[in-house]
Design a binder for this molecule. Structure first.
Ligand code: KQY
Length: 365
């Protein structure tokens, strides 16, 4: 029976691998809540089928689904996608799922963080979140892996690692009032190093403009491979994103990683501002306590929320003039992987995140 280990990954010789290292498979949670996803989540469900089907070309996919949606999800998904029942509050397994760690013998364990819906009662996005908070434990049980219970509020989308000792985060998110207000920056760094098996944390000041996660790092920054990174960029100095991207670039260019390397920093231009239409807004059920989806609201659309799988890279496509340049740049950065555009990414960003936010890799170990 899998157990909870009263230690830390670092103390036990475990580390979080880079996303580009081999996967055993990918986890996703099925969308259904009508106060976040328009039209009873039907368009989002089609988008999630597109993502799951694309990943299944490269590696095994497991979809966690509530009891209420099980038959529908099973029917909509291709047979190669495994469907298991996991109740949840919404479909962001990057954030509520386990962060998997490995050791040199190939043993895989999970880190189970505290989850509070991106800010709890301060600025969280919905209430309650207890089902989400139980997802990491359930996935570890299903997979039969031991787990560490980390006493820190953290979402998987708020961290990136290079697998060689460096962790990347944003100050905007990790120091936000709704997460760990009683921990100092140094204490947060220590927890990241202990639970991710890292030696160094590199702080990027801010995430993507108007990101409802308090600026998750995985929307503005990604590690291509150790020493090579990519950030979301805009040339438009009048865009509020401009100063954020400049600050990220400056912080990264001034940093050295845990191995003492200077970072090679690439950029990918963001899409033009993606605004919620009147029709899209009207399709979302209004519920007190859930973030409203109002016409004209700018969504935090970014190609950097791409997801790396065995032999492939899935990149959001928004029907925007910058889509093709993003795809081409990623193909240059990942010459040995097939870059696949997810054409229904607009439906996913309407719920507040994108391809990376709805997926969680389980390393091969
Ligand atoms: O970006 C993410 N990692 C999650 C976004 C959550 C949005 C909830 N409405």
């Amino acid at each position: 029976m899998p157990k909870v280990i009263d230690s830390t990954p670092k103390a036990d010789g475990f580390r979080m691998p880079g996303e580009f290292e081999p996967h055993a498979g990918t986890w996703i949670l099925w969308p259904e809540r009508p106060d976040n996803w328009r039209l009873g989540a039907k368009p989002a469900q089609k988008a999630f089928v597109e993502v799951a089907s694309a990943i299944a070309r490269f590696e095994p996919v497991t979809m966690g689904v509530s009891h209420a949606q099980f038959a529908n999800a099973r029917q909509m998904l291709p047979p190669e996608v495994r469907v298991v029942e996991i109740s949840n509050d919404d479909s962001w397994v990057r954030d509520c799922g386990p962060t998997f760690v490995v050791n040199d013998e190939g043993v895989v364990r999970g880190v189970d963080w505290d989850f509070n819906a991106w800010g709890g009662l301060v600025d969280g996005l919905y209430f309650p979140w207890d089902k989400d908070d139980a997802v990491a434990c359930k996935i570890c049980e299903i997979e039969g892996v031991d787990r560490y219970k980390a006493p820190v509020v953290l979402e998987g989308g708020s961290i990136h690692v290079d697998g060689e000792g460096t962790c990347f985060v944003t100050e905007e998110c990790l120091l936000s009032e709704g997460r760990n207000p009683d921990l100092s920056k140094e204490e947060i760094e220590a927890a990241l190093c202990d639970y991710l098996g890292c030696e160094k944390v590199i702080w990027i000041p801010l995430g993507i403009y108007n990101d409802e996660t308090n600026g998750h790092v995985d929307n503005i920054f990604a590690v291509v491979r150790p020493g090579v990174v990519v950030i979301a960029w805009t040339d438009d100095e009048s865009d509020p994103q401009y100063a954020r991207s400049v600050a990220a670039k400056e912080a990264l260019e001034a940093a050295t990683d845990a191995r003492g390397r200077a970072l090679e920093v690439h950029t990918i231009h963001i899409p033009d501002p993606l605004l919620i239409t009147e029709e899209e807004s009207q399709g979302v059920d209004a519920v007190d306590g859930t973030l409203p989806r109002l016409p004209g609201d700018r969504q935090a659309a970014s190609y950097i929320n791409y997801y790396v799988v065995n032999g492939g890279v899935l990149v959001p496509a928004f029907g925007d003039r910058h889509d093709e340049a993003a795809r081409v740049k990623l193909q240059e950065l990942y010459p040995d992987r097939a870059v696949v555009a997810i054409e229904s990414a607009r439906e996913i960003i309407l719920g507040g995140g994108n391809v990376h936010c709805i997926t969680q890799q389980q390393p091969r170990g």
